[in-house]
Ligand binder design. Structure first.
Ligand code: ARG
Length: 561
């Protein structure tokens, strides 16, 4: 398999003959910003220190000794050695590989034999799917896809928030003011308004709190009426969530939420107690974590009730035992970072080193006009409405640009939803994101529709061409810029996964699309000359990388737009 960086690294290693390891060399190699300075460059400062010569003198010396089949020339430029690969020969090999591998291009084996568990989305039952859950869903799904491409076995878990004292409140409210048909018709909205009503009425009538506590206790004790109401609320909510996941094209391997761990906490509480780690504090049982500079982790309340953290502890043990994970990711907003540090620390304190493989993957917030976007009292921002609005705008866009397009409805869905996904993923995970449907949906700039549109344009060239693609030695610098980018794809997938940053891939895809659009403007791709098949091979390779890349992010890829 051809890899520019590996070729250059191996050459340098043999020339410096043991003075520097391949690893160190590889880490120093750069990609010059200006293509005139070569395809890759190596700075000689470190080497110069070791040899007590000037970096420039060393650069001249080494450059003169570099000789490898695909390297056309190596030249010294001050302290740097710049290498140029032979465009025609290397380009042909790269194109051949991409066309031959097709959808498999970019797949890696770094994760072979290893398992990654991803806990993401995880909304709370009977509450609206918030924008924070949207971020978790989108980022978690992209990370899962990246892990798949890297060869890991993946397990996607939706740790539903389906347990807790709020269900006592909800049951109380439903029994007093609820109506079955209304819940069926619009479950989340209706359950939420019952919940809000409970909080309004409790101000006048504090006794309601006792009733709620009573009903939660009953639920925990397995009271039939309470259990069946809870089961029904869960089921109706899940139906609504699944509609959203279908729109987003997302699937989970498990919907084991908090309630699933009800009978799995006792073992851990016993182990904590046997190891003398449980301490009484204000009537509650806690694990003290002073060494980690963390507040105590609450395990059991004074009334015996367990907590969010207790359930996460049970879940971690369960997942370790069931999936034997090598890495367990929690894609959850940064406001929960103390919680995850506590859970990890408790497991570590119990003596389990695998706690180090639990990674909290936090992210920033959605903002609207500079303010946190959230579920305001009374006026809930329902995700489904946002998605539908995006689809509608995409549809209008298509009507303006290409009214005769077939499958308009399907394509509008792919574009509208792709726009939202991409807008989220192109941002560095920790940044806050300004929510603006108009910005997300433009066909220009760094957007999902821009990528989809560029890809569709490449597909349309392939449809129009009378010739089939066949890799050949293109030696012009326009083609070369794209070839070099396409060559980086496997490495970008790896980087994106290793940094748990889908934005690495998202930004790379924008680079590819921009390079292709530039090419499209500069080169007459369908001109019937000797290179036409080679150019079509390049176009085809672009569609392979763009399509595969967008799908890895979770987007759909229309071939026509
Ligand atoms: N349901 C929680 C919330 O909405 C998120 C759960 C995240 N996962 C976990 N294992 N704690 O805040």
């Amino acid at each position: 398999m051809l890899n520019f960086k590996e070729i250059f690294t191996a050459q340098l290693a043999s020339v410096v003959d043991g003075q520097m390891s391949e690893e160190v060399i590889a880490a120093l190699i750069e990609i010059p910003k200006n293509p005139e300075h070569g395809d890759l460059a190596f700075p000689c400062f470190t080497l110069a220190k070791a040899c007590r010569k000037s970096p420039a003198a060393i650069a001249v010396d080494i450059a003169s000794q570099i000789r490898a089949p695909l390297i056309e020339k190596a030249e010294a430029a001050g302290p740097y050695i710049n290498v140029f690969f032979s465009k025609a020969a290397a380009g042909k090999i790269i194109m051949e590989r991409i066309l031959k591998e097709g959808k498999e291009y970019g797949k890696l084996t770094i994760g072979a034999g290893k398992t990654v568990v991803l806990d993401f989305s995880s909304p709370n039952i009977a509450k609206p799917f918030s924008m924070g859950h949207l971020r978790s869903t989108v980022i978690g799904n992209a990370l899962g896809n990246l892990a798949d491409r890297c060869g890991y076995q993946t397990v996607r878990i939706n740790h539903l928030g389906d347990w807790g004292t709020q269900f006592g409140k909800l049951i109380t409210a439903y029994k007093k003011w609820g109506n079955q048909d209304r819940v069926k018709e619009n479950p989340i909205r209706e359950l939420l308004s019952l919940y809000i009503r409970f909080h309004d009425e409790v101000e006048e009538n504090p006794g309601l709190e006792n009733e709620a506590r009573y009903w939660f206790k009953e639920l925990e004790n397995g009271n039939e009426e309470a259990a069946s109401l809870w089961g029904w609320f869960r089921e109706e909510s899940l139906k609504e969530f699944e509609r959203i996941y279908d729109m987003l094209g997302i699937k989970f391997d498990s919907y084991n939420g908090e309630a699933f761990y009800n009978n799995k906490m006792e073992a851990i509480i016993e182990e904590l107690s046997a190891k003398n780690l449980l301490v009484m504090s204000d009537g509650a049982e806690v694990v003290q974590l002073p060494d980690q500079d963390l507040p105590p982790c609450l395990i059991k309340k004074s009334d015996g009730a367990t907590l969010y953290a207790t359930r996460d502890l049970a879940a971690a043990f369960y997942r370790k035992k069931k999936y034997h994970f090598d890495q367990s990711l929690y894609i959850v907003g940064q406001e929960q970072s103390i919680h995850f540090r506590q859970v990890k620390s408790v497991i570590k304190t119990l003596g389990y080193e695998w706690a180090d493989h639990m990674v909290h993957v936090p992210f920033g917030l959605y903002m609207k006009d500079g303010k946190k976007m959230s579920t305001r009292k009374g006026r809930v921002i329902l995700l489904e409405e946002v998605l539908n609005e995006a689809i509608l705008l995409a549809k209008q866009n298509i009507e303006d640009k290409n009214p005769h397009l077939e499958n308009k409805k399907d394509i509008a869905e792919a574009v509208g939803i792709g726009a939202i996904l991409f807008h989220d993923l192109k941002n560095d995970r920790m940044n806050n994101i300004e929510f603006s449907l108009e910005d997300m949906l433009t066909f220009e700039g760094e957007t999902g529709p821009y990528l989809q549109y560029t890809n569709a344009r490449a597909y349309s060239l392939l449809r129009k061409a009378e010739d089939g693609p066949s890799p050949s030695g293109l030696s012009d610098s326009h083609s070369w810029e794209i070839i070099k980018l396409l060559h980086q794809y496997p490495d970008k997938l790896k980087q994106a996964y290793q940094h748990l940053s889908p934005s690495v891939l998202a930004k790379y895809l924008i680079d590819v699309a921009q390079a292709f659009n530039k090419y499209y403007g500069q080169v007459r791709i369908l001109e019937k000359d000797t290179d036409i098949k080679g150019r079509l091979a390049l176009v085809k390779a672009v569609t392979i990388v763009l399509s595969e890349g967008m799908q890895t992010l979770g987007m759909r890829v229309p071939e026509q737009m």
